[in-house]
Design a binder for this molecule. Sequence first.
Ligand code: PLP
Length: 442
Amino acid sequence: MNTLNLRTLMENNKEINYPIWHPFSGSTKNFFNQLVLNRGKGIYVYDNNGKEYIDACSGLWNVSLGYSNEKITDYIIKQLGLISYCSLFEHTNSMVVFAANKILGLLPDCFSKIQFTCSGSESIDLAIKVMREYWKLRGKISKNLIICFKKSYHGTYYGSMSVSGITRDETDRYAPFLENIVLQEVPDESMEQEEYEIYSVRLEKYIEENHQNIAGIIVEPILASAGVEIMPIEYLNRIYKCCKKFDVLITLDEVALGFYRTGKSFYFYNTDIIPDILCMAKGINSGYLPLGAVAFHKNIVDIYTKSNVILAHGSTQGGNVLACAATVGAIEEYERLNISENVIKEGKYLKSQLTEKLKYHKNISEIRGIGLLISIDLTDNKKQIPVSQIKLDYIQKLLAREGLLLYRSLTGLTLLPMLNITRAEIDKLLNILEKFFRNYMF
Ligand code: PLP
């Protein structure tokens, strides 16, 4: 199959016989879905014509250690030689236990259990279920309301879709959603203290007045899909304090941030927050096999133990032994490569070089981010408003033709390169971007 011919056909919106309905795509037309990537090595992917691309999206933000990592592959192959599947509904497996302990080893001691899932969306659904059930077990049946944020993205299952603010335009058609979900406005880091103070006070007041009905709050501390909007740490700390005061559970969605994306193993280590529930996926095994996980604070586990009830959640492939073997391999690689240090060092370098090289461009309004999660905000020069998604799509396409794959957000382009990226590889990526923006204005 010739990609380019297929692409042209698709762009002309002609009907073709193509069997896959890609996520968040229309039934026919999309340039990127036609890029056939059949091979990957390190930070590079190759299309079926042999063209090389730097994958600065790390797959879908998950392939944190790059493609063809030997350690992870070895773990998977060895596990395949032992047993390829074990039903956790009935039994257990040493590799799954090992993976759970590896994850717990990255968390404070107050976390006592992990339940594995198949994805970030499923992790969020599980968190919603547990936040609601927890209060029922404690006899407080009115506490079932979930607070979430307007610009957050938590996934596509019914629960995770119901608490996602950002995709509402596209998902409203699937209503009715879960009931008793309250969406709140989000402050961002660029705000002055007096400005985000208003947001803190408003949310604190809401929690104080309604806590008898609130089960918990779900927070994505850096709104990655919205364009790397960083919630002020002081705001997060205040909300946490308020939740503790009024008996409201706090779930952190670290599906995108967890496993070193911003430097520390988990982002909450930058704050005072110790979440009651922590949702993970993506970097959990560097995207080698589908897996997510939820970690529970022992206060939650204790209530289940005392109440002697089961946690009615699970899926056939949740905690798949091969995916867990990949997790053990990935966590050992994160530690062996001292990935935290690399993310901090190379993230600072990448951001400062981007700022130095691109800040004079008239369409770039801000370069923002932490660790290896960086947004280049683009504005339309005439209107000084965020560039349209159609234009962004076009820019993303042009960059792909230059051999660079970047993620498109609401505000511009997002870079999420592999966490083990080298200085030389970053320089190569920067050269492509610099050359592109030198010649391209809109
Ligand atoms: N939460 C966040 C913050 C995410 O970024 C994502 C995916 O991008 C999800 C949840 C959903 O994860 P998944 O796509 O694995 O279902």
